[in-house]
Each structure stands twice: as C-alpha cells, then as structure tokens.
Design a protein around this ligand. Structure first.
Ligand SMILES: *Cc1c(COP(=O)(O)O)cnc(C)c1O
Ligand code: SF4
Length: 336
C-alpha cells in the first residue's frame, strides 16, 4: 500500500495542474512579469485597461533577460503602444456594424461567429478585439440565447464559429451544452472553435473537451492561434496530438508581426513544425490596424515576399493563405 504521508506532501507535477488553476494563477502584473523574466521595470508603465495576462506555463518558452524575445514581445506592454498612429483605430474591421446581435457576428455567408466570452487565456498586445465592447457575464447568457435563436432562424447558416475572447476559457460543461443546443438546429453542419488556449495552456485539451467535440452530430473543426515556433513545447505537441488522434481536424492561424515572425526562417520553422504535428496552416493574417498595435505592422509587400519565399521552400500544403480582413468584403481578402 502506498504511504499516504508521502503521497500528500508530494507537489503535483507541473503538467498535472488543472487548466483552470493555471489560468487563475496567471501573471497579471507587468512588474511581476518583468521580475520573473529578469527584465528592468518600465518607467512609463501605467494601469492598463487591457492588462497583462500571461500563464506561467508560457514563461518556460521565453528567454529570460530578453525583452525582444519573439514569444514575450506578443504579451509585454511597451511604450510604443502609446505612439500616435492615426490610421490605427479602436474598431478597424467595422465589427460593431457586423454585429447582428449582442454577441453574434454574421459577416460572411453561411457562417456565423458567436463571441462567447471576453475572457482570454493570454492577452496579446496586437489583439484586434482589445477595444471590443464585451458583455458582462450576466448579459452573456442572455446574448447567447438570442444568438442561438438567430442562428436557428437563418437556414443559410451551415457553420457556427465559437470565438471570443477565447471560447475555451468557458467550462467544458457549458461548452457541451452550447454544442448540444447547436446540434438541435437542423441546418447546421459544422462547429468551429477558434482558440489560443491549446497553445498557451496545453492542459486545456482535456478528455471532457474531446468528448463534447467528438460527441456532437456537427463536424468539429479546431483552429489554433499560434505565431512562433518557440510557442510549441512538448506539452503543446502532445495536446495537439490528442486533438488530432481524436479525429478533430486542426488548422492554425497566425498573425504576421514585426519583431516576432517577420522572417522566412521563423515562419518556415513554424509551419513545418505544425505540419509535422498534423496541424494544417490555414491563414497568415495581415495585422488589423487596431489602436496601440502600429509597431507590429509588416508592410503587405514584405508579407507577399515572405509567402513567395515560403512557397519556394515548403510543400504547398504547408504554406497558409496570406489574408487581410476588410470591413465590407464578402470574405477575407487573399493577398498571396
Ligand atoms: C474570419 C471570420 C469568419 C470565418 O472566415 P473563414 O474564411 O471561413 O475562416 C467568420 N466570421 C467573421 C466575423 C470572421 O472575422
Ligand atoms: S487570445 Fe485572441 S482574442 Fe485573446 S487577446 Fe489574444 S488575439 Fe485577442
């Protein structure tokens, strides 16, 4: 029989900490983040509306002492966020006008996007929804009822996209209920989930998550958001493997970001690694011009050059479509 005393005092191995605990325990203070990564404090640091949020499991994928680390640069506030950039606005995609309900975006034919929550597993400084008017938790539940009714009332909708924020910050019991309610809508065929959590907190890929994704009549599709090969450690590789092994098609989307992944070597390494993990690169996004993110912009001509260079070295299926979101087009605009 195992000795109960030793069992109790043994600390849980890092990978065994639940994703909920990891999210609750994430770093939420810029000063702490800088201390943990051996970086000097930032003089101009202010209380941010869009505050710091970095799960501790990500810290092991960042080089301490390097403020230009390509993973950290995505999450560390910097003074450039306050630089004047008149063409960068709070709602660059005109999403407020694509809102057909408090949490429903019907921008493209056949697909409806539900903003399930404003909560994320990490705060990306370039996020195009950093100024999005998210609802309070109470209003969210009502808005969801309304969104489901609207989807049910539109027979042209074949696919629902759960987005956010990050939909996988919701509990699996809640998500399973949403999936069940969606499956009852006869004209729906597919259920797509857009999330960054399998990358930033790989423990999020639980058996329960796989159970509701696999258990629904709808064809599930997972789109993971990832920007740099250093975001993939062994736990992330294993989490993506669990999804693919379960038969869930997994695609990736990446934002082209200056100082993060605007070199052909970084992009080639990312897409090749993803393909090796059976994740198909789907989109490379041109940065949306959201206020505070101008320092991340890469010129479109440079993006096209990068895609051409990738095409010259990778199999065709490993090169994502380079796209830009525009307020009025019937689809994302393919740049290369
Ligand atoms: C990107 C996006 C979609 C999905 O577009 P796909 O090209 O099918 O990936 C749907 N709705 C909105 C509002 C979007 O921004
Ligand atoms: S996880 Fe997605 S929605 Fe959340 S801050 Fe990052 S880019 Fe924005």
């Amino acid at each position: 029989m195992a000795n109960p005393t030793t069992e109790c005092i043994q600390p849980a191995p890092c990978g065994a900490t639940s994703w909920e605990t990891q999210l609750a325990d994430a770093v939420r203070d810029e000063g702490e983040l800088r201390r943990l990564l051996a970086l000097p404090p930032r003089r101009a640091a202010t209380a941010e509306r869009f505050g710091v949020l970095v799960p501790r499991s990500l810290l092991g994928r960042i080089h301490p002492g390097d403020a230009n680390d390509p993973v950290l640069r995505q999450f560390l506030p910097c003074d450039q966020e306050y630089a004047r950039a008149p063409r960068f606005t709070p709602d660059p995609l005109g999403e407020c006008s694509a809102r057909v309900g408090p949490c429903l975006l019907a921008k493209y034919p056949g697909r409806s996007l539900i903003v399930t929550t404003g909560v994320c597993g990490v705060h990306c400084r370039f996020c195009f929804r950093r100024h999005f008017p998210y609802l309070t938790a109470d209003a969210e539940a009502k808005a969801l009822d309304q969104a489901l009714a609207q989807v049910a009332g539109d027979p042209s909708t074949h696919e629902v996209i759960l987005s956010g924020g990050d939909p996988l910050t919701l509990a699996d019991t809640d998500l399973a209920t949403i999936a069940e309610r969606l499956a009852k809508i006869g004209h729906l065929r597919r259920l797509r989930v857009h999330s960054r959590l399998p990358i930033v907190i790989p423990a999020r890929v639980t058996d329960e998550l796989i159970a509701w994704l696999r258990g629904t009549r709808l064809t599930p599709i997972m789109v993971v958001h990832i920007n740099h090969p250093a975001e993939i450690d062994s736990a992330v590789a294993a989490a993506l493997g669990r999804l693919v092994d379960a038969g869930v098609p997994v695609l990736s989307q990446t934002v082209l970001l200056a100082g993060v992944n605007d070199r052909v070597e970084a992009l080639a390494a990312l897409f090749e690694r993803l393909v090796d993990l059976r994740v198909m690169p789907y989109y490379l996004h041109q940065l949306d011009r959201v206020a505070g993110a101008a320092h991340f912009e890469v010129a479109e001509a440079e993006g096209r050059r990068l895609i051409a260079a990738l095409g010259a070295r990778l199999p065709g299926y490993a090169v994502p479509r380079y796209v830009r979101e525009t307020p009025d087009a019937p689809s994302k605009v393919v740049l290369a």
